[in-house]
Design a protein around this ligand. Structure first.
Ligand SMILES: *Cc1c(COP(=O)(O)O)cnc(C)c1O
Length: 231
């Protein structure tokens, strides 16, 4: 697995799609999703130039992150249980998957205790898939003011994982919907939300065309994950 070569290819594709879409490539952050992969692979990606990494399990991150360079920036992208909020606050510089007010309140409380602030993204489940976590749009709009009022949290935008489709183009409506929902949230708050985290290995180009500011790429960088996480 040549991570540096994979990274070059991905960066090339990001630049190309930005050119087509009339966007500055500097407005798109490539986050490496390192779940299931060992610290050595994180290090290889870091050596190749990546600084942002995503993990989806607190337990796995708790053992992995301390074994990695202290310069890396870690984002939580999985479902967070309230009883893991304290660890998440300690380990991550952003939690991209906040999906309820009670969870946000718990993170806020843990930040208070730790003397920290936490940038967060609100995860939205646009297709209403029962198998996925995330806010239904109407519920998000209903809770937005309360979420935004939590003093230790900084609501920076939205994150979404659209339904799986065989062709990336078929995911476009969900990405577009996420962008429109972000706009509705901005209107409701009267403030800009800078971040839109969407797009994975199979569809990050479409996501960038629809306004993604963070793409979360695992497989295209590290190769296929083992079926069962070794953790
Ligand atoms: C695993 C995962 C990704 C990366 O998926 P790939 O298809 O391997 O690029 C992105 N986002 C989330 C939330 C994930 O769990």
């Amino acid at each position: 697995m040549d991570i540096a070569a994979n990274l070059k290819m991905i960066q090339h594709r990001i630049v190309a799609v930005c050119e087509r879409a009339g966007r500055d490539p500097a407005t798109v952050t490539l986050m490496a999703v390192s779940k299931t992969h060992p610290p050595e692979m994180v290090q290889a990606a870091a050596n190749a130039g990546i600084t942002h990494f995503g993990e989806n399990k607190v337990q796995e991150a708790k053992s992995k992150i301390p074994q990695c360079s202290g310069k890396l920036r870690w984002h939580f992208i999985g479902h967070l249980q309230s009883n893991k909020a304290r660890d998440a606050v300690e380990l991550f510089e952003m939690i991209q998957s906040v999906d309820s007010l009670p969870l946000a309140q718990e993170i806020n409380k843990r930040c208070e205790q730790a003397g920290k602030r936490m940038p967060i993204l609100l995860e939205v489940n646009l297709a209403g898939e029962a198998s996925k976590f995330g806010y239904a749009p109407e519920r998000l709009l209903a809770e937005l003011t309360d979420l935004n009022a939590l003093p230790r949290l900084e609501v920076q935008g939205l994150m979404t994982v659209p339904p799986w489709k065989p062709v990336a183009e078929q995911v476009r409506p969900f990405f577009r919907e996420a962008r429109e929902l972000k706009q509705r949230c901005e209107d409701a708050l009267g403030a800009p939300l800078p971040q839109l985290s969407m797009g994975m290995s199979g569809d990050f180009e479409v996501a960038i065309e629809e306004g993604a500011t963070v793409v979360r790429v695992g497989t295209a960088l590290f190769g296929e994950r083992a079926r069962r996480p070794s953790q």
